[in-house]
Design a protein around this ligand. Structure first.
Ligand code: FRU
Length: 600
C-alpha cells in the first residue's frame, strides 16, 4: 500500500476561513500557494482537468462558504490534460460554490480550465476497457469490498478514488448485479470523514437487529484510515442505496498496531455471535461480538506459518466441504510476498471451533491464484443456502504496477466472479476456483476447431472481427511429453505463452512480449505455478481485452494475468520439444459485454 496524506495538510476550517476572507468573484490566484475557484452553480457537473503525473494538491469544496465533505487530494493538470473528472453539483443550483486549493503551484494551467457542464463526455470503450469484467466508469479501483447478496442483488462495493486514476481519497464505490455477470454501477456508497479514508471491509445483513439499526439492516464494517487505522460501522435500510455512519464510531481500535485493518465478519450460529477476522500486521486476529459494536479478542493466528514477506491484508474465514467433511479456509492477502512478485493471496485449510483457527499440516504457503493479478479477494456474505455456493471476486491487478497500467479514464478491474471449492490435486487438498456458471450466458458465438496431433500446430484465426473478448476451451494430451506450451499470438509479433514444464512440476507464464511497455517489473518475470503430472489437461482461458484468466483442470491451478497487447490476440499455437501433443475439442466462444454503462 501507499502513503495516505488525506487530511494531513489543510483542515476544512482553515480553508473555510480563507474562503470567507477572500470574497473575490470567479477564479482567483490569492497567493503562490493558494487558488480559489468560485461560481454560481448552473449546470449538472463541474469538470476538473487531471494530469496523471501531476503532483497532488489539496482541494476543499465549499457551498455558500460551508465546507462539503473532507479535503480531497487531486492531480489538477500542470502541463497537459490526460482526462477529466466530474463532480455532480446539480444539488447546489443557484448557490455559490467554491473550490479552494492549497499547495498549488502558480503554473497549474488546469485551474483556468475547470468548468461547469451539462454533460460529462468521455470515451467509455477505451482500448483496454474490459467488456465483461467490472471496472468503474471512471477513476481508480483496488480491493473488492462488502460483497453481500440481498433481495435478488449481488452487491459489489470497491476501493474507489472518484477524483483520479491513481490510488487515493479512498471511498467505497458501489455496483450491483442480478447474475454476477452484468454489473450496474451506482453512486459511491461511503466517502471519507473525520476518522479518515474508507479502507476495505465487509457488509453483513443483520437479520435479528443485533446492532439496533433495524431488522435486516445492511451493515458495513470497514477500516477508517486517518491518523490511526480503526474499525467503523455504517448501515443502510434501503438496499445499500444510502448509508448512515454510526455515530459511535470507531467500534474497534488498537493502541499500537499500525496495520490494523480490513474486517471480514460473519454470523457464527453455534455461539450466537459475529466473528471478525482482522489483519493485524502479520497475523490475523479473530474477534467476537453479539452486536457488531463491542468486540472481544478471541485468538490470533499466523505466527511462524505461511508467507511473512509483507503486510497481511484482507482476511476471510469461511467453511467449504470436501467429501462431506467441513473444513475451514482462511484467506490472507499479502503485499509484498507473492511467489511471483508483489501482491497475492495465500490460504490455509484447517478447523475453526468458534474461537481458534487450527491449520492442517499442508505445504504452506498455498496461493489461490498463481498469476500476478488477483489480489485482496474475499467471498460474498449472505448467499442463500439453497444456492450454496461460496462466491469470490478479486482485484485484477498487482500493487507492483497497478498505478501505472496504460488506461486513461479508469484504472483496474475485478476478476470474474468465481465459485470456490475444495479439490484434491493428487497430493493434497487445494482451494480450486472457476468462473461462476452464469458466465456461460455470455457465449454468443461458438466456433469449434478440428482435433490435431502434432509437434507444432497453429490455429491461425480464432475469430473474425476479434475484439479481444473471448473464451477458449480445449484439452491437451501430452503423450509423454514433459515440456510443451501454448501461446496466444497477434500480427504485431506479441505473444503470451504458457509453458507446461512437467519435469519441474511447474506451469510457467511468459508475458515478457505480451504488452506495450509501461513498467519494467510488469514484463520482467516468468510467472510460475505448481502443476502435478496428469495424463491430460483441460484448459479454460478467458480473455477480456487486457486480462487473461487461466483455469487448468477445473480450477485446480489458476493464473490471472493482465496483458496490454497492441492488438487482440487472434492465433493459438501449440508446441512440444519432443514427441507430439494431441489437442482436442478446441472451442472458441465470443463473449459479449457485461456492464451497463451509466450515460452521462
Ligand atoms: C489492500 C489494501 C487494504 C486496504 C486497502 C486500501 O490492497 O492495502 O489492506 O484496506 O488496500 O486501499
Amino acid at each position: 500500500m501507499k502513503n495516505d496524506n488525506t487530511l494531513k495538510t489543510l483542515t476544512a476550517a482553515g480553508l473555510l476561513a480563507l474562503a470567507v476572507a477572500c470574497e473575490q468573484p470567479a477564479q482567483n490566484k490569492l497567493a503562490d500557494n493558494l487558488y480559489m475557484y468560485t461560481i454560481e452553480v448552473q449546470q449538472k457537473y463541474l469538470l476538473l482537468p487531471i494530469e496523471n503525473e501531476a503532483t497532488e494538491v489539496k482541494m476543499q469544496l465549499l457551498v455558500e462558504n460551508t465546507p462539503i465533505g473532507e479535503p480531497i487530494n487531486i492531480r489538477i493538470a500542470q502541463n497537459q490534460i490526460d482526462y477529466w473528472i466530474p463532480i455532480e453539483i446539480e444539488a447546489y443550483k443557484g448557490k455559490k460554490l467554491t473550490l479552494s486549493f492549497n499547495e498549488a503551484q502558480n503554473a497549474r494551467m488546469g485551474f483556468s480550465k475547470i468548468k461547469q457542464s451539462a454533460n460529462y463526455n468521455f470515451v467509455y470503450q477505451e482500448k483496454y476497457r474490459p467488456l465483461y469484467h467490472f471496472s468503474p466508469q471512471y477513476g481508480w479501483t483496488n480491493d473488492p469490498n462488502g460483497m453481500v447478496y440481498y433481495k435478488g442483488e449481488y452487491h459489489l462495493f470497491f476501493q474507489y478514488n472518484p477524483y483520479g486514476c491513481k490510488w487515493g481519497n479512498m471511498h467505497w464505490g458501489h455496483a450491483v448485479s442480478k447474475d454476477l455477470v452484468q454489473w450496474e454501477e451506482l453512486p459511491y456508497a461511503l466517502a471519507p470523514d473525520k476518522l479518515g479514508a474508507i479502507y476495505s471491509g465487509c457488509v453483513v445483513i443483520d437479520k435479528d437487529n443485533t446492532a439496533g439499526f433495524g431488522k435486516d439492516a445492511m451493515v458495513a464494517i470497514f477500516t477508517s484510515a486517518g491518523e490511526q487505522q480503526v474499525q467503523s460501522l455504517a448501515y443502510s435500510l434501503d438496499n445499500g442505496r444510502t448509508f448512515t455512519k454510526y455515530e459511535g464510531n470507531p467500534v474497534l481500535t488498537h493502541p499500537t498496531i499500525v496495520d490494523f485493518r480490513d474486517p471480514k465478519v460473519f454470523w457464527y450460529a453455534p455461539t450466537q455471535q459475529w466473528i471478525m477476522s482482522l489483519a493485524t500486521s502479520q497475523t490475523i486476529t479473530f474477534y467476537g461480538s453479539k452486536n457488531l459494536k463491542e468486540w472481544t479478542q478471541l485468538s490470533e493466528f499466523g505466527e511462524g506459518i505461511g508467507n511473512h514477506d509483507g503486510v497481511w491484508e484482507c482476511p476471510d474465514l469461511f467453511p467449504l466441504t470436501y467429501e462431506g467433511q467441513t473444513k475451514w479456509v482462511l484467506f490472507v492477502s499479502i503485499n509484498p510476498g507473492s511467489p511471483n512478485g508483489g501482491s497475492a493471496t495465500q490460504y490455509f485449510i484447517g478447523n475453526f471451533d468458534g474461537k481458534t483457527f487450527t491449520p492442517d499440516p499442508l505445504p504452506y504457503p498455498l496461493w489461490i491464484d498463481y498469476g500476478r493479478d488477483n489480489y485482496a479477494g474475499v467471498t460474498w456474505n449472505n448467499v442463500p443456502a439453497e444456492d450454496g455456493r461460496r462466491l469470490f471476486i478479486g482485484w485484477m491487478s498487482n500493487w507492483d504496477y497497478a498505478n501505472e497500467v496504460p488506461t486513461t479514464n479508469f484504472r483496474n478491474a475485478m476478476t470474474l466472479a468465481r465459485t470456490l471449492n475444495l479439490a484434491h490435486n493428487g497430493e493434497h487438498l487445494v482451494v480450486a476456483s472457476k468462473p461462476v456458471k452464469e458466465m456461460e450466458r455470455l457465449r454468443n458465438e461458438t466456433i469449434s476447431l478440428p482435433n490435431k496431433t502434432a509437434t507444432t500446430t497453429t490455429f491461425e484465426q480464432l475469430l473474425n472481427n476479434n475484439d479481444g473478448a473471448y473464451e477458449l476451451t480445449f484439452s491437451i494430451i501430452p503423450n509423454g511429453s514433459d515440456n510443451f506450451s501454448f501461446s496466444l499470438l497477434n500480427d504485431k509479433g506479441e505473444e503470451l505463452t504458457y509453458i507446461f514444464d512437467i519435469a519441474n512440476k511447474t506451469l510457467v507464464t511468459n508475458r515478457a512480449k505480451s504488452s506495450v511497455a509501461f513498467n519494467a517489473n510488469f514484463a520482467a518475470m516468468l510467472i510460475k505455478a505448481p502443476l502435478t503430472a496428469k495424463k491430460s489437461y483441460t484448459i479454460r482461458l478467458l480473455v477480456d481485452k487486457a486480462s487473461t484468466e487461466l483455469f487448468v483442470n477445473d480450477g485446480e491451478v489458476v493464473q490471472t494475468n493482465t496483458i496490454f497487447p497492441t492488438e487482440a490476440y487472434n492465433a493459438l499455437r501449440f508446441k512440444t520439444d519432443k514427441g507430439t501433443l494431441s489437442i482436442k475439442n478446441v472451442t472458441i466462444y465470443k463473449l459479449s459485454a457485461s456492464e451497463t454503462a451509466i450515460s452521462y
